[in-house]
Every structure is written in structure tokens, then in C-alpha cells.
Design a protein around this ligand. Structure first.
Ligand code: GMT
Length: 374
């Protein structure tokens, strides 16, 4: 197939999933055209089937808010027509699904039918999309899509709850490249970070309030009071200054390291004993899946789609949102020497069910259905 993928090109989960999907599709022989405003961060290798088309917004003094959606729709029209795409797959409803609808209508006037598949990732529904500023457009553009997918059963349920959706929403969970995400031998790195055999706790996120990074620090403080431990924080975002202040206040500065936006996160995960995800909302929790693939169990909340990934008592433990004492108790339980090996093995085993090879055919089948129906 000749597939157009529209996504945010940033470090966010939706952009990562879209880019990894495009790469996997290209390796399976499809021609994949990325359409976005800058090179996706994970689009980091050459493949003869991969193409990247940049959306350019010409500056004009009148535009206080540059009309990205219009430039994107125009670029979609251009690429669908000239590259003879079979299907457009847009990740994240806002504004990609509505831009795709506009492109589809313009193409119809030129005698071209392009099926559109929309994948819902989470914040486009649970945080941003249901706001009255966007809801009518989100509802309309989801209903106008030829195929709709959500990354977890919980997100599917929430979408039906918040919006008047007439379409079937198929659950296609996120996936993982198990060749990249596997435990690597990084003994030298572990010895440098935890020279006295301290347990290593890791958190990765965009440091937005929904991730509750303060809870990460408080959970760590509770664990650190009981056992020698270190905390590695990967990522960056608006809450980081507040978190740094909190680290100074709780007095464990020497045991907490901020590593910033590391690309090779699997190297850090390879030396980790436990991953913390105390999020308030999480449609799926891709960062936890990456950890599990590297044999790292997860202590998390039971928010959104997380329990579909982190099975309580098996791959880790789950708690109510904000219940820091329970998450401290769970972390100490998982880290006990007699428990840790079984949690690690179960985390990896469950991650294997999300292998890219298992999930990508579901998207191929979804495209085929959308093409047949258009
Ligand atoms: O988590 C974020 O803030 C980023 C966000 C995004 O849109 O990129 O992630 C969402 O999509 C990911 C990929 O499908 C999911 O793994 C995340 O759980 C989801 N985030 C939320 O629902 C908060």
C-alpha cells in the first residue's frame, strides 16, 4: 500500500507510535509518506520506502495564530494526489482528523476518493478534545473517518462516553520493537550510578501535571527511607523546576538524577529495577511498555488504560491515583529480592504480547477495510 501518516513529530507518545508504525510498515514493503511540520524524532534511519513531506506555513503579519490546519490539509491534498496514496492515517484527532476531512472533501472535487483512518491516543480525547472549544469538531471528524482506532479499551470506552460517536472504534494497542527494547548488559553504567548495589527506580515522561511527577519523588522518598535506592528521571517539561525544588526540599538530592530528554532510554531501562508511573490519566502508557520490555516491573496508578498493560500482582502493582503510601508499599514489595525476579520475568513476557509483529498486521487489515469501504 501507499500510506500517508500524519502525526506530531515530537517526543510525545502519539508521535513515537506513528513513527514506529511507519517504519515497521516500510520494512514490510509498504511505501510510507510522513506529513508533518518537522522531521519526526524517531525517523532516524534510511529506508527506500520512507518519505517525509514538510508542512510549511508561510509567515504573514496578520496571523496571530498561523493556520497550521489549512497548510496541513493543502499538503495532504498535494501528497495524496501526486504520490497516489491509498490511505491517510492520522494520529491524534486535533487537528489532524479535521484537516484530513477537509483534504478528503477537496480531493473528492478532483475525482479522488481517499479513505481516512484516525487513531485516538488519549489526551486528544480525555484532556483536550472534550473541551467545548474543540468537542464539535472532534466529534464530527471522528464520525467522518473511514476507520477509527483507539490505543486501549479504556480510551475506546471514554470516547463513546464523551462524544456522540456513530462509528465503530477498533482497539489496536500500542506496540514495541523488542529488538531495540530488551535488557542490555550495562554493568559498568549500573556500577557508576549505584556503586553500593542500591535499587534503581526510573521515571520517564514529559513532566506535565498529568504525569504527577511530584508523586514519583514522594514515592522515591518513601522507598529511600527504607532501603538504599536511587532515582533516575528521564525527560523534561513544564513541571521540572517544581520537581527540582521538591527534590531539594526532601533532602535526597544526591540520590536523584535528572537525565533530560535521552533518546537511548533503553540503556537506562536496562539497569533499572522498577519503573514508576503515578499518572492521573494514561490511555495506554507506552513508557511503561518500554520499561517492561527491558524486564522492568511497574508501580503505577490504575488510571485509564494502564491496568490493560500493568497487570496488578503480575507485571507490577497498581494503586489509586495519588495514593503515595500505597505505591511506596507496592514498590518495596516488588523490590524484595524474593519477588523481583518473578516480576521482571512477567513484565518481559507480557511486553512480548505487544510485539510490533503482532500489532502492525491489525493496522494493515484496518487500512484494507477502509479502502474497501471508501
Ligand atoms: O502522555 C502524554 O502526555 C503524551 C500523549 C501523546 O499524545 O503523545 O500520550 C498519549 O498517547 C500515548 C501513545 O498512544 C499513550 O501511550 C499515552 O498513554 C497517552 N497519554 C495520555 O493519555 C495522558
Amino acid at each position: 500500500m501507499n500510506i500517508g501518516i500524519v502525526c506530531y513529530p515530537t517526543f510525545g507518545g502519539s508521535g513515537v507510535v506513528a513513527t514506529e508504525l511507519g517504519k515497521a510498515l516500510a520494512q514490510r514493503g509498504h511505501r510510507v509518506h510522513f506529513i508533518t511540520y518537522s522531521q519526526p524524532v524517531r525517523l532516524d534511519f534510511f529506508n527506500e520506502n520512507l518519505f517525509y513531506h514538510e508542512v510549511y506555513i508561510p509567515p504573514y503579519p496578520l496571523f496571530q495564530f498561523p493556520p497550521y490546519e489549512l497548510a496541513l490539509a493543502s499538503k495532504m491534498v498535494d501528497i495524496v494526489q501526486n504520490e497516489k496514496l491509498d490511505v491517510l492515517h492520522v494520529h491524534y484527532a486535533i487537528p489532524h482528523a479535521s484537516a484530513a476531512y477537509m483534504a478528503k472533501q477537496i480531493l473528492l472535487t478532483r475525482g479522488i476518493r481517499i479513505p481516512v483512518v484516525t487513531t485516538l491516543h488519549g489526551t486528544d480525547i480525555t484532556l483536550v478534545g472534550k473541551d467545548a472549544s474543540y468537542e464539535p469538531v472532534v466529534t464530527f471528524s471522528i464520525n467522518q473517518s473511514d476507520g477509527v482506532t483507539a490505543v486501549s479499551a479504556d480510551l475506546r470506552k471514554e470516547t463513546y462516553e464523551y462524544f456522540a460517536i456513530e462509528k465503530d472504534i477498533e482497539v489496536i494497542p500500542n506496540f514495541i520493537n523488542l529488538l531495540r527494547f530488551q535488557k542490555q548488559d550495562k554493568a559498568h553504567f549500573k556500577a557508576a550510578i549505584a556503586p553500593n548495589g542500591e535499587k534503581l527506580l526510573v521515571h520517564t515522561s514529559n513532566f506535565r501535571s498529568v504525569k504527577r511527577v511530584e508523586d514519583v519523588v514522594q514515592i522515591f522518598a518513601g522507598v529511600r527511607k527504607q532501603i538504599p535506592a536511587k532515582l533516575l528521571l528521564v525527560g523534561d517539561g513544564p513541571d521540572r523546576p517544581r520537581i527540582e525544588k521538591l527534590c531539594r526540599e526532601i533532602g535526597y538530592c544526591d540520590d536523584i538524577r535528572f537525565l533530560g530528554k535521552l533518546e537511548a532510554v533503553e540503556e537506562v531501562l536496562s539497569i533499572a529495577d522498577l519503573f514508576l508511573m503515578p499518572s492521573e490519566k494514561e490511555s495506554f502508557g507506552l513508557a511503561a511498555l518500554e520499561a517492561m520490555a527491558c524486564e522492568v516491573p511497574v508501580v503505577s496508578t490504575n488510571a485509564g488504560g494502564i491496568p490493560e498493560l500493568n497487570e496488578h500482582g503480575i507485571t507490577g502493582m497498581t494503586s489509586e491515583i495519588g495514593d503515595v503510601p500505597d505505591m511506596v508499599k507496592n514498590a518495596l514489595f516488588v523490590l524484595e529480592d524474593e519477588n523481583l525476579p518473578r516480576f521482571k520475568a512477567a513484565a518481559r513476557a507480557h511486553a512480548e504480547t505487544f510485539a510490533v509483529e503482532n500489532i502492525v498486521p491489525l493496522y494493515e487489515a484496518c487500512y484494507q477495510r477502509a479502502i474497501a469501504a471508501a
